[in-house]
Ligand binder design. Sequence first.
Ligand SMILES: *[C@@H]1O[C@H](CO)[C@@H](O)[C@H](O)[C@H]1NC(C)=O
Ligand SMILES: *[C@@H]1O[C@H](CO)[C@@H](O)[C@H](O)[C@H]1NC(C)=O
Ligand SMILES: *[C@@H]1O[C@H](CO)[C@@H](O)[C@H](O)[C@H]1NC(C)=O
Ligand SMILES: *[C@@H]1O[C@H](CO)[C@@H](O)[C@H](O)[C@H]1NC(C)=O
Length: 420
Amino acid sequence: MAYATKLTLIHHIAIYVLFYSICASGDDCGVRDNPDVNYFDVQLPEINVPNHLTSYVCQQFKIPTDQAYHAIAFEPIISNHHVMHHMLLFGCESDTGNMDPHLCGSQDQSCGSWLAQWTIGVEGQVCTPPQAGIRFGKNSFQYMSLQIHWNNDGTIQNQTDNSGMRIYYTTKLRQHDLGNVQIGQNDIEIPPLTPSHNTVGSCSGSCTRQMLFQPIYITRSYIHMHYLGENGTFDLYRNGQFVQRISEDLAYLYHKSPIHNHKPPVEVLPGDELRLTCGFDSYSGEKKRNTTLFFGEGSNAEMCYAFVTYYPHAIGFDQCIQFADYDVNCPSSDGRMFGGCNFYDLESSVKGHLLDDIIRACSLGVLCDKNCSQTLRELTTHPCMQGRLGVHSRRTILSNIPSWKKVIIIMDDYRDKCVV
Ligand SMILES: *[C@@H]1O[C@H](CO)[C@@H](O)[C@H](O)[C@H]1NC(C)=O
Ligand SMILES: *[C@@H]1O[C@H](CO)[C@@H](O)[C@H](O)[C@H]1NC(C)=O
Ligand SMILES: *[C@@H]1O[C@H](CO)[C@@H](O)[C@H](O)[C@H]1NC(C)=O
Ligand SMILES: *[C@@H]1O[C@H](CO)[C@@H](O)[C@H](O)[C@H]1NC(C)=O
């Protein structure tokens, strides 16, 4: 159950978010003429690009695994600049069974550890810090998965692509394994015509206490929003007290947001809170919107994430996200994940029988009978129907089911006529 909850959000992350990722500028990591450094390429074969504005293609690759390695630099290989929008590299512990290029799907979610990324506009290599590398091979990742986002506006026919990434690696392991963690807020609701709307998403002290067993050191951070992003700040708190600002983008621009390199790295102790605040503007100029904007992938949806690189790698510390006040990736003090809510579970019960049961048990003559109140209670006490989770469930799950409209009327009637 917890697993499914995590998957729901990983899905958002893996499929919606990382796409737009990081924007490095012209780095050269000095790896090309280093005799200790080798490379391999993960690259699509030459294939046709679908005639859709947006396609995601994924392919898994076997990588060297005979010993432990550190990947220390990533270099984009862009064969078709017209369609390449972004590219993400993930590590996988096991074979997903899909070594051919295919449209990305649920099987690719098992490659959930993001390692590197390229986005349109980025030139040159992405380097790891000198004291750390991304471990793979023996006792670590056995495969890597490449995810490519093509943007095909159809102006040129019959396009093909065989883009990919060159990965420079070494057996001379550096002192530390590098990790990447995504921090932010998955419950975003920006009212229309609002000049300044803040959204906060933390990696809470409770989560870092559960997920970290020693201090970590942040070497990079990158704040990601969409078009309404106005400013973002990423702060460190200890025992509820502000310690330092890790990074800030005070005039956020979607297409030009910077990577922040932290020298010296920022020390984070178990129990510290990493707090991201995203400022949105739905009022001014081109940002003006007359409808509410929610979390999501498209240009009419928003995000609030920080992508953070750190060492030493803490196993499992690759996402530390909130939905409203709920920590998505670690249990709360009562031991429950995500308030016990599993959106898949709610979806299958409302689609399966629950709404029909309510309509049957609450038909007019028997509205206030026990059977009606029982079935209604089954819905209203579901963990995913509480608070902000309930708001999300109504909007994204229930509103898509035709019989939900009838159930809303029944619930109103029930409240008016049956509750004393
Ligand atoms: C694109 O491919 C189709 C089918 O293979 C072919 O009929 C058409 O002539 C091609 N168009 C161009 C511009 O190459
Ligand atoms: C972000 O922008 C809003 C609106 O202009 C402003 O009120 C707020 O102080 C800014 N936040 C930071 C951290 O500068
Ligand atoms: C809302 O915005 C859209 C797009 O900018 C515009 O076409 C529409 O007329 C606006 N509606 C109202 C009620 O202002
Ligand atoms: C209430 O539900 C029970 C069990 O589903 C059913 O046997 C019974 O007939 C129902 N009562 C009414 C009044 O519908």
